[in-house]
Ligand binder design. Structure first.
Ligand SMILES: Cc1cc2nc3c(=O)[nH]c(=O)nc-3n(C[C@H](O)[C@H](O)[C@H](O)COP(=O)(O)O)c2cc1C
Length: 304
């Protein structure tokens, strides 16, 4: 019998444990010609505010050893255009839909959640309290356990949808923030967002990014992310979604064994859009080789 690669948690069902990470998969349709969507369990769409935003000026991307820096600054279409123009196609695709929301104020998060609560085809809200590339909100909420809880609680009051706060690695003790959003009513937690970072062109003496500082993603951050998922999964009783530099089934398994119930893939889908099928096939072969009947049985299975 084939192993069961689907996962269910936080009142959500994913047909595979692989989720497209917010900001790296557009609004879900951009990869239709190049990726195998059957291998994708969920899609977290680009972070949305109430109003459209143009984001940071270019250059916004810089490749670094085993990773990339970005300062897109949350360029997005605004919640209304997303619902009218993007949702009709997205809800037909098959993967579970996570809508990533951002706000400059707690009230903005609340209003976004209120609007999304009645939108057909939206399965969960991923609360972006960890974007390093915006001046207000974003990472400022995610680095302060009280603010993180306040945003979570405010959103909880507006929606019946599962709420998944997305945490920043830019904190001293990730478990403090994780526990505080759990107490505030989060259904699951996703982590990590990018690490604030910087690169300089020594000839021109200018920063590589117009925003000066950006977010580091890709394999360079993976061991940090695995450590944080491990610590978080031990500290809370809600499920954890692991994110950070996943390129293959081995990488995904590291997160799952560390305690993740599912994983997200971001930067690697820029490099290799076939990462979904390749990773899923690898997970299946691993389960068969190790006599594992369901991938969910591996969550937290690291021996220590
Ligand atoms: C270009 C780019 C844009 C991103 N935009 C968002 C976003 O809008 N909201 C969000 O929560 N995370 C955003 N992220 C963070 C990713 O979802 C993910 O947490 C991070 O890149 C680590 O995963 P990876 O190493 O697999 O890319 C973005 C990342 C990149 C590279």
């Amino acid at each position: 019998m084939k192993p069961d690669l689907s996962v269910s948690f936080a009142r959500l069902h994913f047909r595979t444990p692989l989720i497209a990470a917010s900001g790296t998969f557009g609004y879900g349709t951009e990869y239709l010609d190049v990726s195998d969507y059957e291998a994708i369990g969920g899609i977290a769409v680009k972070g949305l505010y109430l109003e459209p935003r143009e984001g940071c000026p270019p250059p916004r991307i810089w490749e670094t050893p085993s990773g990339m820096l970005n300062a897109i600054g949350l360029q997005e279409v605004g919640i209304r255009r997303f619902i009218d123009e993007k949702m009709p196609r997205l809800r037909e695709l098959g993967p579970t839909v996570l809508v990533n929301i951002c706000g400059s104020t707690v009230e903005e998060y609340q209003e976004l959640a209120h609007i999304l609560d009645s939108v057909e085809g939206v399965h969960a809200i991923e609360l972006n309290i960890s974007c390093p590339n915006v001046e207000e909100g974003g990472i400022l909420f995610g680095c302060d356990p009280r603010m993180a809880a306040k945003v979570t609680e405010a959103v909880r009051a507006q929606t019946k949808l599962p709420i998944i706060p997305k945490l920043s690695p830019n904190v001293t003790d990730i478990t403090v923030v994780a526990r505080s959003v759990e107490a505030a009513g989060a259904d699951a937690i996703s982590l990590i967002n990018t690490m604030p970072a910087m690169a300089i062109d020594v000839e021109s003496r200018r920063p590589r990014l117009a925003n000066i500082v950006g977010g580091l993603s890709g394999p360079a951050i993976r061991p940090i992310a695995v450590r944080m998922v491990y610590q978080t999964a031990k500290a809370v009783n809600i499920p954890v979604i692991g994110i950070g530099g996943i390129t293959s089934h081995e990488d995904a398994l590291e997160f799952i064994l560390a305690g993740a119930s599912a994983v997200q893939i971001g930067t690697m889908s820029f490099v290799d859009p076939s990462v979904w099928r390749r990773t899923l096939d690898g997970l299946e072969a691993y389960c068969e080789r190790h006599d594992v009947e369901a991938i969910s049985a591996l969550t937290g299975g690291v021996l220590s």
